[in-house]
Design a binder for this molecule. Structure first.
Ligand SMILES: C[S@@+](CC[C@H](N)C(=O)[O-])C[C@H]1O[C@@H](n2cnc3c(N)ncnc32)[C@H](O)[C@@H]1O
Length: 280
C-alpha cells in the first residue's frame, strides 16, 4: 500500500494528514477524518475514541484509494458523492457545482422578499439545491428548476425523490412564456476572467467551467438572463440573484436597464456583497 503501513485508525489519520499537508491540500485533517469515517462508517468523534482500533485490510485499501483522489486535490464532495446544503444531503457529481454555504442564504432572502410566491423558478439549477430548499420553505408553491446541462438535470432529479420540482432543460428562460412567475432566483456563473485564472486547483480542475465562467467582467450571463427574467415575471414579481462582490455594481445597473425597481444589494454573513434583488 505505501512506504509505511499504519496499523490503527489513529495512526492512519496522522499518516494521511501528513501526506495531505505535504501536497498542500485544503483542510488536511478534516479530509483524512472524512475519508476514514466514510470507509469505516464510524462518526468522526467515534474515530477519536477508537484511535487504537486496528484498521482492517479492506478498510485500509478503500481509504488508500480515496486518499489518492484527495491528494490530487479532488474536492471531498465529489469523492464522497454528496454535500450538505441547509437541511438536505444532496448527491453531487462533477456535472454540477458543489453547493456553497453562501447560497444557503439566498433561500431566507427569497422568503423574506416574496413570502407568498406561488410560481417560483430557479434558473441554472445544478444539483437542484435552491429549488429543493425552496420547496421546504414554500410547501404550497409550484417550483421549477432549469439547466441547459442534461447531466446536471439528472443529478437534480436524483435529489428529488418526492418530485416536488419540475425540472426543465432550457437555455436560461428563452422558452418560457411572459409573465409566468412571481419569483425568479438564480446563481449564474459569475467569475471574471481574472478570477478564473486564479482559482484553487480543487475548483479549477474539477468543477464545471460552465458553472463558473462569467466572461471577461463576470457579467456575460447576467446580460442575457436579466432581461429574460424581467419578461417572465408577473407585474410585482421579484428576482433574487446571487452575485460575486466584484460584479455587484454592474448587476445593479443591468437590473435597472431591464426595468427593475427597488433594486438592492444584500451582504452575506461574511459581510460581502452577495445578492441582488429587484421587482418589476
Ligand atoms: C453557478 S452554477 C449554480 C448551480 C446551483 N444553482 C448552485 O447554486 O449550486 C450555474 C448553473 O447554471 C447552468 N447554466 C449555465 N449556462 C446556462 C444556460 N445558458 N441556461 C441554463 N443553465 C445554464 C450551469 O450548468 C450550472 O449548473
Amino acid at each position: 500500500m505505501s512506504e509505511i503501513d499504519p496499523q490503527t485508525l489513529g495512526e492512519w489519520l496522522k499518516w494521511a494528514t501528513r501526506k495531505l499537508r505535504a501536497k498542500q491540500v485544503e483542510s488536511p485533517d478534516l479530509s483524512a477524518n472524512l475519508i476514514l469515517s466514510e470507509v469505516t462508517d464510524f462518526t468522526r468523534s467515534k474515530l477519536i475514541g477508537f484511535a487504537e482500533e486496528p484498521l482492517s485490510a479492506d478498510h485500509q485499501d478503500r481509504a488508500y484509494c480515496l486518499l489518492q483522489r484527495r491528494l490530487r486535490h479532488e474536492p471531498m464532495a465529489y469523492i464522497l458523492g454528496r454535500k450538505d446544503f441547509r437541511n438536505l444531503t444532496l448527491k453531487v457529481s462533477p456535472a454540477v457545482l458543489i453547493p456553497r454555504p453562501e447560497t444557503e442564504e439566498l433561500i431566507d432572502l427569497a422568503r423574506e422578499i416574496q413570502p407568498r410566491a406561488s410560481h417560483i423558478i430557479d434558473v441554472g439549477t445544478g444539483s437542484g439545491c435552491i429549488p429543493l430548499s425552496l420547496a421546504e420553505v414554500f410547501p404550497e408553491s409550484h417550483l421549477f428548476g432549469v439547466d441547459f446541462s442534461i447531466e446536471a438535470l439528472h443529478v437534480a432529479l436524483s435529489n428529488d425523490p418526492a418530485s416536488r420540482v419540475n425540472w426543465i432543460r432550457a437555455d436560461w428562460l428563452e422558452a418560457f412564456a411572459s409573465g409566468s412567475f412571481d419569483l425568479a432566483v438564480s446563481n449564474p456563473p459569475y467569475l471574471t476572467e481574472q478570477e478564473m485564472e486564479t482559482l484553487e486547483p480543487q475548483v479549477r480542475d474539477y468543477e464545471p467551467v460552465s458553472a463558473l465562467d462569467g466572461g471577461v467582467d463576470g457579467c456575460d450571463q447576467y446580460r442575457r438572463l436579466i432581461p429574460q427574467i424581467a419578461r417572465c415575471l408577473r407585474p410585482g414579481g421579484h428576482t433574487v440573484l446571487e452575485i460575486g462582490p466584484s460584479v455587484a455594481h454592474k448587476v445593479a445597473g443591468l437590473l435597472n436597464e431591464s426595468g427593475f425597481r427597488q433594486i438592492s444589494i444584500h451582504k452575506d454573513l461574511a459581510g460581502r456583497d452577495r445578492f441582488a434583488s429587484g421587482v418589476v
